[in-house]
Design a protein around this ligand. Structure first.
Ligand code: FPP
Length: 228
């Protein structure tokens, strides 16, 4: 089989701008996050049509704990509601859930819900990877420690084999919404050769059509991986 190099297999998104979306409308930040979840739902429903093997979303960073307790609670409750309401759809649509980050240290009821959702979607065809309590530097440090604990060589390959994303295809394209141009500790290792796309759209306004356009743009880019 000849692999079509122009087709993206794995896209990741830094979903930014929920707060600004709400502020522009004089609404509470929580409403911005709710609308952010709706944007996630639209995208997951459109996943099949993208042909992607994996979509990775940055839902909660290890730095997001610094936000006010009320906002952290809102985000955790949205996560609970989202898993509960959308799990049957994931199963029906062959979506395989994966979680990256230190998610095992979240609230026990969330961990239990996620474990159940992982088990119930294990046979899905397209992966939705959700980054929860995730930090890229921490992921690399954990992977390096595991590689060292194995007693063998600590190398690019052995670190990569212990990353949370080890079983996912290489990252092709990283998108950030809301006009900010930084990685915010997301997929630092995996982004080494990924294409980047920064769009002004605020996350709650992000539509499947934006992703399809991004995939179309990606297909036209020439990737050289340091060669020429
Ligand atoms: C950035 O907006 C967004 C987040 C910190 C959280 C992203 C979470 C969601 C979209 C909802 C939860 C996701 C799932 C999968 C249930 P911001 O608050 O930093 O916006 P701002 O920069 O405009 O203030």
């Amino acid at each position: 089989m000849v692999l079509d190099q122009s087709r993206a297999r794995h896209v990741a998104i830094i979903m930014d701008g929920n707060g600004r979306w709400a502020k522009k409308r004089a609404l509470p930040r929580a409403v911005g996050h709710q609308r952010g979840v709706e944007a996630v739902r639209r995208l997951v429903r459109a996943l099949e049509g993208t042909g992607l093997e994996c979509l990775t979303l940055y839902a909660f960073s290890s730095e997001n704990w610094k936000r006010p307790d009320e906002e952290v609670d809102d985000l955790m409750n949205l996560m609970r509601k989202f898993i509960k309401s959308d799990l049957p759809e994931f199963i029906a649509n062959d979506v395989k859930l994966k979680i990256i980050g230190d998610w095992q240290s979240l609230a026990p009821d969330i961990v239990a819900m996620l474990e159940d959702a992982l088990a119930q979607t294990a046979n899905g065809k397209q992966t939705l990877a959700v980054a929860l309590n995730y930090g890229g530097q921490h992921e690399i440090a954990r992977a390096a420690a595991k590689a060292a604990a194995g007693g063998g060589e600590v190398s690019i390959d052995t670190i990569a084999a212990h990353l949370d994303t080890a079983d996912l295809p290489p990252l092709d394209l990283l998108i950030r919404t809301s006009g900010e141009i930084r990685l915010s500790n997301f997929l630092l290792w995996q982004a080494a050769y990924a294409e980047m796309l920064f769009v002004d759209t605020l996350w709650p306004d992000f539509e499947p059509a934006h992703l399809l356009q991004a995939l179309d743009d990606f297909a036209r880019r020439e990737r050289r991986y340091g060669g020429r």
